[in-house]
Design a protein around this ligand. Structure first.
Ligand SMILES: [Zn+2]
Ligand SMILES: [Zn+2]
Length: 400
């Protein structure tokens, strides 16, 4: 059997050989963006490409028609290692989050690994996870897959995401949504205000109370509270009997986050009591924060570094301040998982923008996709071919 370094060199060559094909996949997705839960043509394109290469494809997972799992088996029983694809776009800005590159790179990495797996034990999976942006019934599909125990018989997973810099090991915030529906009593705002119960005032007071919670926020837990009022009355001469607020509460500490969600809910209850209104509070868990897996992050980082990518050390990324939330967090809570960012454009370019979508098709964006696909492919074969590495990854997961 070939040595690990030779296998890595071979998969990097395999990705290189697919440059034109991956460019084409990313272009077709770019030109035909589909919103979350409606990525039918995108999923069909990706699964069709994987089938051409001999992958066995399961279309539709856990009631999500645009999810898929493509499997390629090696010479016998062994670990199941996954690369994750996302392919949902955004309203108005198309692939402004660059998911066209995520899926093309995942196909590239999966196919490259499949071409050397005949020497190895185990399976390589390309897993299609729709609606990462949270839209529609498959919204946050990785959470649905976590709840449905899909990840439990996968040994490890990797992926990449386009952005304005290379990095491996960035964290993410866990998020809960808190919806507050205040119920009061309408009345003439001038002639008979004493007969009214102002639901909007209760909502406003709830906003004040959540603002005040921030004073006590644990500084090491990256607490973020953000909210809007989605309903607040129909006319200024009617005291509003209904007001609705939507809050997002985020933190890197899952236990602390639940504690703060309770406190935000208490703000709603206190405000309603003060104003004589009623309130219904609905708390819904969104995405989990990422669980760090140092040995896997290190492996992925080293593979990027060996391709000549200059980036800050993974330890710096792990200890940096997480900026957003992703359903990949829920994968990492279930199994060893690591993600990477690739640089497709200059620092300062906004995410979720037309500029970011355009950057996916520039030579720089395309080159970053190829580099990322190589690093992912190298990590896939490393986990398949090096039992020591996989064991340390799994032990770290179990111990943390
Ligand atoms: Zn996004
Ligand atoms: Zn994204």
């Amino acid at each position: 059997m070939a040595g690990l370094e030779e296998l890595k060199a071979r998969v990097a060559e395999e990705v290189e050989a697919q440059r034109g094909r991956l460019h084409q996949i990313s272009r077709v997705l770019y030109e035909n963006p589909e919103l979350g839960s409606e990525e039918f043509r995108s999923a069909e394109l990706l699964t069709g490409e994987l089938e051409k290469d001999g992958f066995q494809v399961d279309r539709g997972l856990l009631g999500m028609p645009t999810a898929f799992c493509a499997t390629f088996r090696g010479r016998g029983e062994g670990p199941r290692i996954a690369v994750i694809a996302e392919y949902d776009a955004l309203p108005g800005v198309g692939h402004g989050c660059g998911h066209n590159l995520i899926s093309a790179a995942a196909v590239g990495a999966g196919v490259a690994a499949s071409r050397v797996i005949c020497d190895l034990y185990g399976e390589v999976l390309v897993v299609g996870t729709p609606a990462e942006e949270g839209r529609g019934p498959s919204g946050g599909s990785k959470v649905i897959m976590a709840d449905g125990e899909f990840w439990d018989d996968v040994d490890a997973a990797v992926m990449l995401h386009p952005g304005t810099g290379y990095s491996v090991g960035n964290g993410s915030l866990g998020i809960w949504n808190v919806k507050m529906e205040f119920q009061g009593q309408t009345s003439h705002a001038a002639a008979s205000p004493q007969k009214g119960v102002n639901a909007l005032n209760a909502a406003t007071l709830a906003f004040m109370a959540t603002h005040m919670l921030r004073q006590e926020a644990r500084r090491d837990a990256n607490l973020v509270i953000h909210g809007i009022i989605t309903e607040g009355g129909l006319a200024s001469n009617i005291i509003p009997d209904r007001a609705v607020c939507d809050f997002g509460v985020r933190s890197t500490d899952e236990v602390y986050l639940e504690e703060m969600v309770e406190k935000v809910a208490r703000c709603a209850e206190g405000a309603a009591l003060a104003m004589g209104a009623k309130v219904k509070v609905t708390k819904r868990k969104g995405y989990s924060g990422k669980k760090v897996n140092e040995p896997l992050i290190e492996a992925l980082w080293e593979n990027y570094a060996s391709l000549g990518v200059e980036m800050k050390h993974w330890r710096e990324s792990v200890s940096g301040m997480p900026m957003a939330s992703t359903d990949f967090g829920d994968v990492s809570q279930r199994i060893p998982a690591a993600s990477s960012n690739i640089k497709i454009t200059e620092y300062g370019t906004p995410g979720h923008s037309k500029q970011m979508a355009e950057a996916t098709m520039t030579p720089e964006g395309q080159e970053a996709m190829i580099v990322g696909a190589k690093a992912l492919a190298m990590t896939l074969v490393e986990l398949l071919a090096d039992p020591e590495r996989l064991r340390s990854v799994k032990e770290y997961f179990d111990d943390h």
